[in-house]
Structures are given as C-alpha cells and as structure tokens.
Design a protein around this ligand. Sequence first.
Ligand code: SF4
Ligand code: SF4
Length: 124
Amino acid sequence: MKKPGVLLPLLCEHLFKKPFTLLYPRQQWPLPRNYRGMIVHDNEACVGCGTCFRVCPALAIEMVEDPEKRPLGKDRVRKNKPLFHLDRCMRCAQCEESCPFNAIHLRGGVGLVGYVRSKMRVFS
Ligand code: SF4
Ligand code: SF4
C-alpha cells in the first residue's frame, strides 16, 4: 500500500488544473463527423414503402397506419409510415442506407434518456 504522503503532491497538482469533464447536458463535446446519432425521419420524402422496416435487424421499426393518408400522386395515398423505437435502435444505419427516398438520417443528438420507453420514439 502506498503511503498517503505520496498522493499529496499529485492532489495539489490537480487542484490547479482545468477539469477533464464537462457539465453534461449543458456542455457537450462536439460530435465527430459522420457520428451516428438518433434517427431523424423526413416525413415529406417518405412514401411508406416499408424497406426500412424489412432491413432493420433490431426490430426497431414498426409500420403503422398513416393518420394523414398523404397523397402520393396518381390517386395513390400513403397508407403506412414508419414508427422508430429509439430504445431498440442500435444505430447500425441499415435503414438510412436502404431507404430509396433518402428519408432517414442518423444525425440526431446522443441524449436518449428518460423514464418511459414510450417517449423514446420518432413518429413524424
Ligand atoms: S424506407 Fe424510406 S420511404 Fe420507405 S418507409 Fe422507410 S423511411 Fe419511408
Ligand atoms: S439504425 Fe439500424 S437498428 Fe436503428 S432503426 Fe435503423 S436499421 Fe434499425
């Protein structure tokens, strides 16, 4: 066991150094470029094709009825659209890469915290 006196100079040295930690969430480190954050869904670009739902390995995407029934042209309407369960998502980006209409982007923040899982959803 080290003697307590050995640590004293180290303690004094660190008293006058800048802290290494930040006061999260008020202060945050800048995210690296291409960091995969939370899902951002572009509702206008989405046609409800369900490709994202089929490729998701974590079963984090559910296709639910579109309450707007958004028109897609030529008498077609969007019947379903994706609901993303962020608490199940592992940020693999399969959905982003597979979406034929570029409607999914993993560029949201990192702060996924909460007490209720039902609030960790993206439905635009
Ligand atoms: S793959 Fe893209 S266009 Fe198709 S349902 Fe998913 S988000 Fe919408
Ligand atoms: S990033 Fe991966 S795990 Fe998350 S919703 Fe998309 S496909 Fe599923």
